[in-house]
Every structure is written in structure tokens, then in C-alpha cells.
Design a protein around this ligand. Structure first.
Ligand SMILES: [Zn+2]
Length: 412
């Protein structure tokens, strides 16, 4: 089943300018739609990406309805990785030290997931609210003592929170803002809810890192926008918000943490102008750069599929490691199914015993990886490579080899 309408068309969802498509990944399923038996009417959409010639915002050409992605069964847990738990603990610590020092401060997190960041805020006794539409993960946050409102965040919700709790000193979102096509409503909501000297801080995959590393699997249904400093700056301006700081983060394959404040309220840090200049120098969203990205992605597909076919012909046993959301893009774009990768192991309980969306590869628990070890493992969770390779040191010990495909196909 396909979505009948192309909602975003060729107009920018942020400024209304014309959007030029620069890469088409073809027919793709919902990246988190793991089913024991894939339904006959499995949903597919056309995953294509373009950029706006007015504001430069990189965005998907088609939008998937949000309640098809973020629902009670949404399986991704932010607390799943020790590196990410540490990361969010530090985020909370920094807010407590720098932004939440006034009387009775208040923090709101958009898409708080299982409460990995807010639990530290809650333990410090600071007023907070997590806004989370995915019921299952919201319940996990509540179980950690986090105050949660089960809903999407938009202008109306912001007004209700303001009436109940007063203005927010910090509004935070990690790997959430890029998920939301209706960015204008979010920014109007932030404008309504943010205290006069408050900050809106969000972190999301950085398009510059995606281009540099050819990490094309960062592009999937849930990543509607792929932000740059320039596009965030122009998206924020009409709402009276100014980009006052940026910080590059090593997590999830390269992200940027953006800090917005009310225009004129804070002096922008030099990092903003520096990163803007770097984007300009790299001609980040110019046609030639984007075409070069596309050629690299096509090359990766060819080399990955060729390698997997060769290994199969030699009778090697190949498994996948990490049934990540982003693996959907790789598997479906490359046309890889159970014939080339017979199973993928994953620690997420909700995914075990299911099949990967679109490509229908069985997902098994982590014990299946070790019993017995395969000859090769395709690392779909490459953003956690160091953590995984350390954990699976026994795999290398028996001569197992990892296959990665970002920034290029490589056997290690
Ligand atoms: Zn635009």
C-alpha cells in the first residue's frame, strides 16, 4: 500500500520556496514497522530528498503521517546505549549548572522518549515536563519518576503547558525536531512557552556530516529534515528566535546541538559564524555537492551488494548486527533480503521475533549472534561501532569480520 498523495509536493515545508529533489531512494517501508508477519498491505512511500532554493532546508519530498510512526508501539529506546545514557546525563548536568540556576526553574523536553535525560532533572528535584506521543516509551519515562504528557508538541499544547506551569527556562529536544514536518507550529509553540531569557536547545543529525561521510542511511521516514546551521537560522528568524550557539556532537554519526534564544537576548557565540562559514566554503547545499553525494551513495550500493553476493557464493555465513531504523534505507535501497543476510540480531526485545520492514529479514535476539558466530557481520548500528566492537570482542577473536558501509564499504 502506498500513500496516495504527495503532501509536501515541491514546496518547502518551512518557507514555501521551491524544493529541488536531489536523490531518490525508491520505495521504502516505515523504518520502525517490525512485524512478526508483515501485513499484505504493508505501507510503503517514496523516500526522496530535496533542498529548498530559498532557505536551503534539506527535506523529504513525501511526508509520512506522524501517527503511523510515533505510536504506542514505537520501539526505539534512547537508554539502549551506554554512550547515549552518558551523553544525556551530561546534557542534564549542564542545564542544571548553567540554565536552571534561577528560582524554581522549569524544563520541557519534546520527545522525552524513556526519560533518559529528564530522569536526572527529576532526581535533582527540578520542575520539568516531558512531552512524548509514543505511549510505550512515555510509560517507561513515568516509571523513572519523570512527569510526562502523552501528546505531540505543537502550538496549542505549548499554550496549555504555559497556562499550567508557566514559562520554560529550557526547552530541549534530542533527535526529535528533525522528525516533525510542521516545524512552524513547533516554533510558534516555543515562542509561546519560552521564558524571556530562556533557551531552546535541540540536537539532530547534521547534514554536513551526512554528506561528508555519505551516511545516506540517516535519511529515512523519521528524519524529515536534515538541518544545517544556515537552514536552522533562517527557519527560526520569522519566530523571533535567534541561533546563539552551535556545537558539533560525535553521537549518532555526527550531530549539531543548536541553541536558540529570543532575538537580541543573547550574544551569538563565535561558533555560529564559524560553522556557517564552513558550510558556505563546502558549498554544502549546492547542486554539484548534492550530485556528488548521490554518486557516492550509488557506488556504496553497488559495492555492498557485490560483496554480499560474493560471500554468499563462497558459502560464508553473514549476519546483520542491529535492526536499526536506518537499516531500512540500506536494505530496501540496495534490495538486500534474507537471501543475502539471513538474520539480523538486535537487543531491543520488541523487535526480536519480527521481520525487518520491507526487506523481511528475521530479527533474532543477541544470543543468536554468538551461537555460533557468523563469518561476517554487517554493522547496521555503525553509529555505535566502538561500543559494539568492544562488547563483541569474542567475534573478532574467532576470526569474524565486520562489514561497514559508511563512509564506504569496508571489511574490518
Ligand atoms: Zn525553504
Amino acid at each position: 500500500m502506498s500513500f496516495p498523495k504527495q503532501i509536501s509536493g515541491s514546496r518547502c515545508r518551512v518557507c514555501g520556496g521551491p524544493v529541488s529533489e536531489f536523490f531518490d531512494f525508491g520505495r521504502q517501508p516505515l523504518s520502525d514497522a517490525f512485524h512478526e508477519q508483515p501485513p499484505a498491505d504493508e505501507l510503503f512511500f517514496r523516500l526522496a530528498v530535496g533542498n529548498c532554493s530559498w532557505c536551503t532546508m534539506v527535506q523529504l519530498m513525501e511526508e509520512v503521517p506522524r501517527d503511523r510512526m510515533f505510536h504506542a508501539g514505537y520501539p526505539y529506546l534512547s537508554s539502549g546505549s551506554a554512550v547515549m545514557r552518558d551523553h544525556f546525563g551530561k546534557v542534564a548536568g549542564r542545564f542544571l549548572e548553567t540554565e536552571l540556576t534561577g528560582p524554581n526553574p522549569f524544563v520541557v523536553e519534546l520527545g522525552c522518549n524513556d526519560g533518559v535525560m529528564l530522569r536526572t532533572i527529576a532526581e535533582a528535584g527540578v520542575r520539568h515536563l516531558g512531552v512524548e506521543p509514543s505511549g510505550g516509551v512515555a510509560d517507561l519515562a513515568a516509571a523513572k519518576g519523570v512527569r510526562v504528557r502523552k501528546s505531540f508538541f505543537e502550538e496549542q499544547v505549548a499554550t496549555e503547558i504555559l497556562a499550567q506551569d508557566g514559562p520554560a527556562d529550557v526547552i530541549y529536544a534530542a533527535n526529535t525536531l528533525c522528525h516533525i514536518p510542521y516545524l512552524g507550529s513547533i516554533l510558534r509553540g516555543v515562542d509561546a512557552l519560552l521564558a524571556p531569557d530562556g533557551v531552546f536547545v535541540f540536537e539532530d543529525p547534521y547534514f554536513s556530516d551526512i554528506v561528508e561521510r555519505a551516511s545516506f542511511d540517516q535519511i529515512y521516514d523519521e528524519h524529515f529534515y536534515l538541518f544545517t546551521v544556515r537552514s536552522v537560522q533562517s527557519a527560526a528568524r520569522p519566530y523571533g528566535l535567534e541561533l546563539v550557539d552551535v556545537e558539533r556532537l560525535p553521537v549518532h554519526g555526527g550531530e549539531v546541538r543548536y541553541t536558540l534564544a529570543r532575538a537580541g537576548g543573547r550574544r551569538p557565540a563565535p561558533a555560529v559564524a564559524e560553522l556557517l562559514a564552513e558550510e558556505h566554503e563546502r558549498r554544502l547545499t549546492e547542486a554539484e555537492t548534492l550530485a556528488g553525494f548521490g554518486s557516492r551513495v550509488e557506488g556504496i550500493r553497488e559495492r555492498l551488494v557485490t560483496l554480499l553476493r560474493e560471500l554468499k557464493a563462497k558459502g560464508k555465513r553473514v549476519a546483520g548486527y542491529g535492526a536499526t531504523a536506518k537499516s531500512a534505507t540500506v536494505l530496501n535501497y540496495c534490495g538486500i533480503g534474507p537471501d543475502l543476510i539471513p538474520y539480523i540480531t538486535d537487543t531491543t526485545k520488541a523487535k526480536q521475533g519480527t521481520k525487518t520492514p520491507g526487506s523481511h529479514i528475521p530479527v533474532l535476539g543477541p544470543e543468536a549472534f554468538r551461537d555460533p558466530y557468523p563469518d561476517y557481520a554487517v554493522l547496521f548500528a555503525w553509529n555505535h561501532a566502538a561500543e559494539i566492537m568492544e562488547k563483541e570482542v569474542g567475534f573478532a577473536g574467532v576470526g569474524g569480520e565486520w562489514i561497514t558501509y559508511v563512509p564506504d564499504v569496508c571489511v574490518v
